[in-house]
Design a protein around this ligand. Structure first.
Ligand code: SF4
Ligand code: SF4
Length: 172
């Protein structure tokens, strides 16, 4: 069987027209993430430098198969990994935080908000409410994107999409 990332990439290349709704939804997700980015950054820049248990470790740096669908729908190529110790600080972490644009970080990074971060965000009620609404909208668009991809995969490939493993088991 093809490695998942190549399998998904190939499927996009060969069926771009049929996957137009998936592509449209991936753009909506990207725009939504870009919209909430300043508010998240405003809070992480205060909370994270004080953190004693930084959540950015190598284990969280990998795309899962849904992330790959999103990345290829955007017409992008997954970033390169060095396979380092899972528990060590993430290879994409710099002195100024993550070097990846938020919209292309692994979904596990983008959907995770620790208690301290939530506490900080909730102190700014108006912005927090807007952020929360956008996040819900994003989650719905993401689920719809994956559902549509699987539907098209079934229709075109005549099979269920079985790729559920994460990329870390493969050499990029
Ligand atoms: S998001 Fe939370 S757990 Fe992660 S580094 Fe910032 S304060 Fe720490
Ligand atoms: S947000 Fe960036 S630095 Fe943090 S775990 Fe994710 S990829 Fe690594």
């Amino acid at each position: 069987m093809n490695k998942p990332q190549f399998h998904i990439e190939e499927f996009f290349k060969n069926n771009k027209k049929d996957l137009s709704k998936v592509i449209e939804l991936s753009l909506k997700v990207k725009e939504g993430i870009e919209e909430i980015d300043p508010f998240i950054h405003q809070n992480t820049s205060v909370v994270c430098p004080e953190c004693e248990k930084v959540c950015c470790i190598n284990r969280h740096a990998y795309y899962n198969s849904e992330d790959l669908i999103y990345i290829y729908a955007l017409g992008l190529t997954p970033h390169k990994y060095k396979h380092l110790d899972d528990k060590e600080p993430c290879q994409f972490l710099s002195g100024n935080g993550c070097v990846l644009e938020r919209s292309i970080r692994p979904s596990g990074c983008n959907w995770y908000f620790c208690g301290s971060l939530y506490d900080s965000m909730e102190k700014i009620p108006k912005e927090y409410t807007e952020f929360d609404e956008t996040l819900r909208y994003l989650a719905e668009a993401w689920m719809e994107m994956i559902k549509e991809f699987r539907k098209k995969y079934r229709e075109i490939a005549g099979d269920e999409m079985l790729v559920t493993d994460i990329v870390r088991n493969y050499t990029l």
